[in-house]
Design a binder for this molecule. Structure first.
Ligand SMILES: NC(=O)c1ccc[n+]([C@@H]2O[C@H](COP(=O)([O-])OP(=O)(O)OC[C@H]3O[C@@H](n4cnc5c(N)ncnc54)[C@H](O)[C@@H]3O)[C@@H](O)[C@H]2O)c1
Length: 382
């Protein structure tokens, strides 16, 4: 058994994702003695934290066992570290990834991989032609609730899937009152990679493709419900990106669906992100943690009985899918799969082509809004 060390550059280390999900999970793998590989070796990630603010980086690095850090991406690219993780703010990601590819780094990046499908596919082609291992974070199907929904679908529970319904979002404060805005201000600025559709369609695409059927068409309607906000410095700014995205979708198997995603609604449901699949043999509703099913045989009469107050308890005839014990953090699972791929043990399924498919749905939704028409979703090839 040998210890193999692998250097990972984390660009955007002081951000929410950078600190909690990427640095946090990689340090946890290292603290356990590394990732066990099939041949008995252990792969130990060694981090290089990168960001723009030296004081914040230094403090972060020191608080987590004196990790290496730098404010110079160029310096990081010139060094020996093998993997580049970009989890900085979305804006400018393609340029950073191109630099990393030119430096021969394996690429593992946050979603969305680029602002347009053309740029996203360019990254996929460049990484592929350079013979680099590439992947994008697709964490949601590793969440317990959506994992159970995927397993329910794979087991054939739904029969013929007829519809998909996504209801997601919560109220994001504008920062003018007592509550701070919960999302970074770049989320609300187009030039910095903001926009709810670009942010979240990336998740909906792979979730729908894999749980139900590939998306073949989209028609979208967007809005900026809250046009002015207060940023991290307490300054007011104009929002020029959408905070609401409603979309109709068509799926390859003939099913249809809706995506209602907004940061300007107060949810009254089980979770802020709820996905419902309806099929001829059964339905399921999942949030991040829980998943409930109702089979055809358990379906109550809810047309005539529901027409009088208290006539039918619509929540009664659902069964909770049992938890799978011992699940690891979703980002940790993404990292373990990707590290095994880099070590030559198996594929990593969400490649940059999958990342581009996710961007494609957002891109087509924006074009649907601009042209006020349905957009077909063409197949993407390297
Ligand atoms: N997979 C997921 O579920 C998930 C969830 C949230 C965010 N994300 C993605 O992760 C990325 C980071 O999101 P976050 O919520 O951690 O944001 P954040 O604002 O908390 O962190 C972003 C980091 O990038 C830095 N930064 C800001 N502007 C920059 C610029 N122009 N150049 C370089 N660095 C810059 C910030 O200082 C900060 O360190 C985004 O691409 C976002 O879409 C993914």
């Amino acid at each position: 058994m040998a210890e193999r060390r692998i250097g990972v550059i984390i660009n955007g280390a002081t951000g929410r994702m950078g600190t909690v999900q990427h640095m946090g999970n990689l340090l946890a793998i290292a603290a356990e003695g590394g990732l066990p590989l099939a041949n008995g070796d252990r792969l130990i990630p060694e981090l290089l934290l990168v960001g723009r603010d030296a004081a914040k980086l230094k403090a972060l690095a020191e608080a987590h066992g004196n990790q290496r850090w730098t404010t110079s991406l160029e310096e990081a690219f010139a060094g020996p570290d093998k993997i580049f993780m970009d989890c900085a703010a979305t804006g400018g990601r393609p340029a950073r990834v191109k630099q990393a590819i030119a430096a021969g780094k394996h690429i593992f990046i946050e979603k969305p991989t680029a602002p347009t499908v053309e740029e996203a596919m360019e990254l996929a082609r460049l990484a592929d032609r350079a013979g680099l291992k590439h992947g994008v974070i697709q964490d949601k199907l590793f969440l317990p609730g959506y994992g159970k929904l995927l397993a329910t679908s794979k087991a054939g529970f739904f029969g013929r899937i007829v519809s998909v319904k996504i209801d997601a979002g919560s109220w994001i404060f504008d920062g003018t009152g007592d509550e701070e805005c919960q999302r970074p201000s770049w989320n609300y600025k187009k030039a910095e990679g903001g926009g709810l559709a670009l942010d979240m369609m990336a998740h909906w695409r792979y979730m729908i493709d894999r749980i139900a059927s590939p998306v073949t068409g989209v028609f979208a309607l967007m809005n900026t419900a809250i046009p002015e906000r207060v940023d991290e410095q307490g300054k007011r700014y104009k929002v020029d990106a959408e905070d609401t995205n409603y979309a109709l979708i068509r799926l390859q198997n003939g099913a249809i669906g809706t995506i209602c995603n907004t940061w300007a609604a107060r949810p009254r449901r089980d979770d802020t992100m709820v996905v419902q699949i309806d099929g001829t043999e059964g339905s399921a509703v999942a949030g991040r943690w829980k998943c409930f099913t109702q089979s055809a045989a358990e379906t109550p009469e809810a047309f005539i009985k529901a027409a009088k107050p208290g006539g039918v308890d619509l929540m009664a005839d659902w069964k909770e899918v049992p938890d799978v014990p011992g699940l690891k953090n979703p980002f940790r699972q993404c990292w373990e799969n990707y590290l095994r791929h880099v070590a030559g043990e198996g594929p990593y399924l969400p490649t940059l082509v999958e990342g581009a498919k996710a961007v494609q749905l957002a891109d087509l939704a924006y074009r649907s809004v601009a042209e006020q028409r349905w957009m077909d979703v063409p197949e993407l090839k390297l």
